[in-house]
Write a protein that binds this ligand. Structure first.
Ligand code: PMP
Ligand code: GLN
Length: 385
């Protein structure tokens, strides 16, 4: 402790270390199988590494353009046009970011002023509210009701005020695996019509939807797209969460404001990875095949837990599976998660971490983006409790 350290009035007095880091550390400390933090435990496709390596060897190692390399922006534009029938201008409407976390933070910093209100849905992904509060905004909480986790647009209507600057949606939804349908986007369009509300749509799991459902991107809804920043991440799509490369889409007027902040926040994102991803995107089966790939894992993991005392909730998208554990324990979910890691050897995320007031429905989140051997080993342990 330095005697002369200034006394800091924390901007985020209630924020500790993210639950994902806490649980991954606990898993490592006690040698538990880590189904907590969301990341694959298998290797990405080596041809992605080869493409990136070739870019490095070709000398593509200096600053790329502020918005991202043109090759990658073009590949993104092509994908979005073909999937969502949406036209985004490569020059002015697509920006490559250092993952989705930076995209979300930058979008909030670009549009939210002191005392502005931002509507979020609980359970809420953990980075949104700290970003809002860092820039002086105020989070206003709508609920995805347990256990269906559906939005209630009448409730949202009642929360809108003259100070509402932004609404943040996330589909497929982390942590619940629920999806927004076309009717939800209609509801949101109706609520925001005639207002200056910006929608921030976190769609990082856009390619991971199950049972034949179609991802409803805001990009594919022209009225909403005109007031939206859409966020995605290659970390989820190509099994490279550690690369931290994502992107945002938005109409030129919004994107111009986004870039004003982005240029002084990260400026640019590493060049060879962008070029490697751009080349890799040329084969569309890689993102189009992702849903089937993870659906198999979902089935495998659900089968593993079939004979356990965990009660599985529906999972329509993402690589997360929620489960109730009230047949096993009366412990609050954080304590249960610690017990499970220490005594059973499986680490999970307690879902109360996604609620401001710590609402605890005795539900935990498992990540099944793992090799079958990992899921089978976890299943074996989980069936014993
Ligand atoms: N949003 C959601 C809903 C997420 O689940 C994640 C990561 N798990 C992110 C944003 C952050 O993505 P990135 O790792 O690309 O920053
Ligand atoms: N978003 C990932 C998850 O939900 C974790 C990302 C992080 O650790 N910040 O598990």
């Amino acid at each position: 402790m330095h005697k002369s350290s200034p006394v800091i009035d924390s901007k985020l007095p209630r924020v500790g270390t993210t639950i994902f880091t806490v649980m991954s550390k606990l898993a490592a400390d006690c040698g538990a199988i880590n189904l907590s933090q969301g990341f694959p435990d298998f290797q990405a496709d080596p041809s992605l590494f080869d493409a990136t390596w070739r870019a490095m060897r070709a000398g593509r190692n200096q600053y790329p353009p502020l918005a991202g390399v043109p090759e990658l922006r073009q590949a993104i534009a092509d994908k979005v046009a073909s999937l969502y029938n949406a036209v985004y201008d490569v020059e002015s409407e697509i920006t490559v970011t250092a993952g989705a976390t930076q995209a979300v933070f930058t979008a909030i910093a670009a549009f939210v002023r002191q005392d502005d209100e931002v509507i979020v849905f609980e359970p809420v992904y953990d980075s949104y509210v700290p970003a809002i509060e860092t820039v002086g905004g105020r989070a206003v909480y709508a609920r995805l009701g347990y256990p269906g986790y559906r939005p209630d647009w009448q409730q949202v209507r009642a929360l809108i005020s003259p100070r509402t600057r932004m609404i943040i949606i996330n589909s497929p939804h982390n942590p619940t695996g629920s999806l927004l349908g076309a009717d939800d986007l209609e509801g949101l369009a109706e609520l925001t019509r005639g207002t200056d509300i910006v929608i921030l749509s976190d769609e990082v799991y856009e390619h991971i939807v199950y049972d034949g459902a179609q991802h409803q991107s805001v990009a594919g809804h022209p009225e909403l797209a005109a007031r939206s920043i859409v966020v995605s991440s290659f970390g989820k799509t190509y099994h490279i969460t550690g690369w931290k490369v994502g992107y945002v889409l938005g109409p030129a007027e919004l994107m111009a404001e986004f870039r004003k902040v982005h240029q002084f926040n990260v400026f640019t994102v590493n060049t060879p990875c962008q070029l490697g991803i751009a080349e890799y995107m040329g084969d569309t089966s890689r993102h189009l095949g992702l849903a089937a790939f993870y659906e198999e894992k979902r089935e495998f993991f659900r089968d593993q837990l079939g004979a356990s005392r965990f009660e599985l909730l529906p999972c329509s998208g993402t690589y997360f599976q929620l489960a109730r554990y009230s047949a096993i324990s009366d412990l609050p979910d954080r304590e249960f998660a610690c017990w499970l890691a220490r005594e059973v050897g499986v680490a999970v995320i307690p879902v109360s971490a996604f609620y401001r007031d710590g609402q605890d429905d005795r539900v935990v989140r498992f990540c099944f983006a793992k090799q079958e051997a990992t899921l089978a080993a976890a299943g074996e342990r989980l069936r014993r409790v």
